[in-house]
Design a protein around this ligand. Structure first.
Ligand SMILES: Nc1ncnc2c1ncn2[C@@H]1O[C@H](COP(=O)(O)OP(=O)(O)OP(=O)(O)O)[C@@H](O)[C@H]1O
Length: 322
């Protein structure tokens, strides 16, 4: 639905969505422009798109403007972006509402910077993990059980990043949703524990070098937190027990067809572009309120996203990177 997912040509003078309004929406799309890299500066490249206010992305050269739920300029920290467009999804997951957050954009646009970050600028994933444990501490009347899994989809093959032996796992659909057979789930007791699992998993992830990015993600990764919570002490209310999943996704970089790639990179690129294309179609279908059934294509990424993006769609946030 257009009002949920404001994409496309922007009528001049439209009103900015207040934060609270954006937070109520099931699907929110935010854009962050990254600064020019030193290499781009050396090449004399110029900034083409910029944030015009809080919701508009504008290009003077092409005389185009697009509206999103939120638009952030190059000096915006990931912490700020997390607070504005990701935290409510995490809060919802802690209350039993499934949620998914991912960054979407071409290679080198800053997806991994946004989702993983580094010591100086932690990404959405570590910020979410820390937030979750803070919420647990602030909710003494409930008991939480947290389990995590971490997988990558590389060339349509699903590998377990928490278990080097878990290669080429099968995906199965049943009444409970989409299940990755044999995936390792580990109970986590602290943010440090959860983050150490991600760091170990990253070592197993497929990365490569592209013309644009020395350390380019060649696989999609899905870090899933399964959150179970129940009241402390005695309670007979079955409803009081909640179970939800929070998916934190770092997508592989897509490249334009102009980029010279060969051999294994060409194969990777075609799988990445295919799954992102399918994902794009899924997102536009999701924003159409009338769509009750989404015909999923063969991409493993979209099949895995099915439970959080369609069947159990409650809250979902994506951060588009330029
Ligand atoms: N907002 C930002 N501020 C400063 N530097 C950034 C920002 N976004 C990205 N970068 C830098 O740009 C480079 C490319 O970013 P990153 O690796 O996150 O891109 P990506 O979209 O994940 O690429 P790929 O799809 O190829 O994996 C990195 O060196 C990263 O540190």
């Amino acid at each position: 639905m257009a009002s949920r997912h404001r994409r496309g040509a922007f009528p001049a003078g439209a009103k900015a969505a207040p934060e609270a309004e954006a937070a109520k929406e099931s699907v929110a799309v935010a854009v962050r422009f990254r600064p020019l890299s030193p290499r781009e500066v050396r090449r004399g490249e110029k900034i083409a798109w910029y944030a015009d206010g809080e919701t508009v992305a504008r290009s003077e050269q092409s005389n185009l403007a697009y509206a999103y739920d939120r638009v952030f300029g190059p000096t915006t920290t990931t912490r700020h972006i997390y607070d504005a467009v990701a935290q409510y999804v995490v809060n919802g997951a802690m209350k039993g509402i499934n949620g998914t957050i991912f960054a979407y954009g071409v290679t080198s646009s800053g997806k991994t910077h946004t989702m993983h970050g580094d010591q100086i600028s932690p990404g959405v994933i570590p910020l979410a993990v820390k937030d979750i444990f803070n919420i647990i501490q602030e909710t003494p009347n409930r008991e939480f059980l947290l389990r995590v899994s971490y997988l990558e989809i590389y060339n349509e093959v699903v590998n377990d990043l928490l278990n080097p032996a878990g290669q080429n796992l099968r995906i199965r659909e049943d009444l409970q949703g989409t299940i990755v057979e044999g995936i390792k789930e580990e109970a986590v007791l602290s943010p440090v524990h959860a983050l150490s699992l991600i760091a170990a998993g990253e070592e197993l992830r497929h990365v490569g070098s592209t013309n644009f990015n020395l350390l380019s993600s060649r696989s999609h990764t899905i870090f899933t937190l399964t959150i179970e919570s129940s009241p402390r002490g005695q309670s007979n209310e079955a409803e009081a027990v909640t179970l939800s999943q929070l998916n934190l996704i770092d997508l592989a970089g897509s490249e334009s067809s102009r980029v010279e790639t060969a051999g294994v990179h060409q194969k990777e690129g075609s799988y990445i572009n295919k799954s992102l294309l399918t994902l794009g179609k899924v997102i536009s279908k999701l924003t159409d309120e009338k769509a009750t059934h989404i015909p999923f294509r063969d991409s493993k990424l979209t099949r895995l996203l099915k439970s959080s993006l369609s069947v159990n769609l409650h809250s979902y946030s994506s951060i588009k990177q330029f």
